[in-house]
Structure formats: structure tokens, C-alpha cells
Write a protein that binds this ligand. Structure first.
Ligand code: ATP
Length: 237
């Protein structure tokens, strides 16, 4: 199967003088969910920002295979305008994506229902809880049915129902061929849902593969992702 995104980062970072990530290469295939994992400061968010072209210093390239490629990015920290309601944020995003009013209504209502924010559609996000703000970011990022979802740590603020709603939604999107790259610290969930893992340490990709590969690289044939992760990060390979 052809990949839908090929990433080849020689080095990238926040200033020309100092790179934070090095030699990161991987491809994303239609329908898969890939977990980007690593301890705090390993370079997960920086990798995502490099892919999205948000960094000043980036040597390398990101190639998309098909002409009609679109992505939805959900940042780790909610970003919003205090003076705009949830629906106004959705309308702004829909305008940027070039969606019609009907598309906004159909898809927007479905997502509001799905993530249980319909009752606060016309409220300001300043009055939202942490999880509600996170769900708002999901709704905005999911609005235009992108081919690639890039999600930076989605699980921390979500309640169990919110997590299940998100996973079910992503499952449906993957069945229509969308690919998901997701950074997370929630390794027991990642173990259950991801098909492949990209394991980072100190700005580099140290292992890439499915759970079997991760187990074999950490000499724990029966190990959980968490156990393998600890071994890989102690550098005992
Ligand atoms: N805005 C920034 N300016 C300068 N350096 C940064 C900035 N953000 C991150 N870094 C540096 O880049 C490196 C990688 O950080 P990054 O945020 O990518 O890690 P992470 O794996 O996403 O961590 P976490 O799990 O804590 O979110 C760290 O050394 C960090 O200090």
C-alpha cells in the first residue's frame, strides 16, 4: 500500500543555532493509528510542529502522496479566542477550510452531539472546563474530514466517556482511510489502540514498529508497552 505521508527530518528546532530533534524518518499509511511516544522533552511535540511547518529551523521534508491531502491538527494546549463562542470558532474554522454553511451545519452538529457540547454551542470557551476546551479543539480539528489527523496528547483532560467517544470517532475515520499520528503518555491506552509506535528519546527516533518489534528490541517477549518503554529509556537494549 502507498503511504500518504513521508517524513524525513534531518534536524529541526526552535532556533537556527540549536536543533532539538534529529534524523527522524517514517511514513504514515491510510487507515493506521501510529503512536508517538517518549518521555517529557523527548521531542514529540517538536516533531509534530516540524511536520506542520511551524518551526523556524527545519532541515528535511514532508511529502504527501496524493494531491487532495488535508490534515487536522489538535494541539496539546487549547488555543482559542476569549471573545468568540464555540460556534463562532467552528464557523471561522469552516471558512478557513472552505466549507459551505450546510457542511458546517451537518458535520458541526454531528461533532457537537458526539462530543457532548451541543448545550454550550453558543457559550464562550472561557467558561469551559479543561476537558470541554479539549473537546472544542477536537471538534474544530475534525470539522473538515481531513485525510491525516495529527493529535498532540489527546487523553490527559478527557473523562473516560470522552476518551471512548474520541476513539470511536477515530475508528470510523480510519475506516474511511484517514491516518492518525498521535503523541501520548497514556501507554496502556496506546498499547490497545495503536498499530505502530514511534519511540523517541532525546530528540531521536530510537525504535519504530509494532508491539512485537518493541518487545523484541527491549528483550521482553511478553512485556507491556510500559515495561518495554522503561527498558528502552534506560538505554538497556
Ligand atoms: N518553544 C520552545 N523553545 C525552545 N525550546 C523548546 C520549545 N519547546 C520545546 N523545546 C525543547 O525541545 C525539546 C523537545 O521538547 P518537546 O516539547 O518536543 O518534548 P515532548 O516530547 O513533546 O515533551 P512532553 O511530553 O513534555 O510534551 C526539549 O529539550 C525542549 O526543551
Amino acid at each position: 500500500m502507498d503511504s500518504i505521508m513521508d517524513v524525513r527530518i534531518e534536524e529541526a528546532g526552535y532556533s537556527e543555532q540549536k536543533a532539538s530533534i534529529f534524523e527522524i524518518e517514517f511514513s504514515l499509511y491510510p487507515g493506521e493509528l501510529v503512536g508517538l511516544i517518549g518521555p517529557n522533552g523527548a521531542g514529540k511535540s517538536t516533531t509534530i510542529k516540524a511536520i506542520l511547518g511551524l518551526l523556524r529551523h527545519m532541515k528535511g521534508d514532508v511529502r504527501f502522496k496524493s494531491g487532495e491531502m488535508s490534515w487536522g491538527y489538535i494541539p496539546e494546549q487549547p488555543v482559542y479566542y476569549n471573545q468568540m463562542t464555540l460556534f463562532e470558532h467552528m464557523a471561522l474554522a469552516a471558512a478557513v477550510y472552505g466549507m459551505s454553511k450546510e457542511q458546517l451545519k451537518t458535520r458541526g452538529d454531528m461533532l457537537l452531539e458526539r462530543f457532548k457540547l451541543k448545550h454550550v454551542k453558543h457559550h464562550y470557551p472561557t467558561s469551559f472546563s479543561k476537558g470541554m476546551k479539549q473537546k472544542m479543539m477536537l471538534i474544530i480539528g475534525f470539522l473538515h474530514s481531513p485525510s491525516i489527523y495529527i493529535i498532540d496528547e489527546p487523553f490527559i483532560g478527557l473523562d473516560p466517556q470522552g476518551m471512548q467517544d474520541l476513539l470511536e470517532f477515530l475508528g470510523e475515520e480510519r475506516r474511511r482511510g484517514a491516518a492518525v499520528l498521535m503523541s501520548t503518555h497514556v501507554l496502556d491506552t496506546a498499547e490497545k489502540i495503536c498499530e505502530r509506535f514511534l519511540v523517541m528519546r532525546e530528540g531521536q527516533l530510537i525504535v519504530a514498529g509494532d508491539l512485537e518489534e518493541i518487545r523484541s528490541r527491549s528483550f521482553r517477549p511478553e512485556g507491556s508497552l510500559f515495561e518495554c518503554f522503561q527498558i528502552l529509556h534506560q538505554g538497556v537494549e
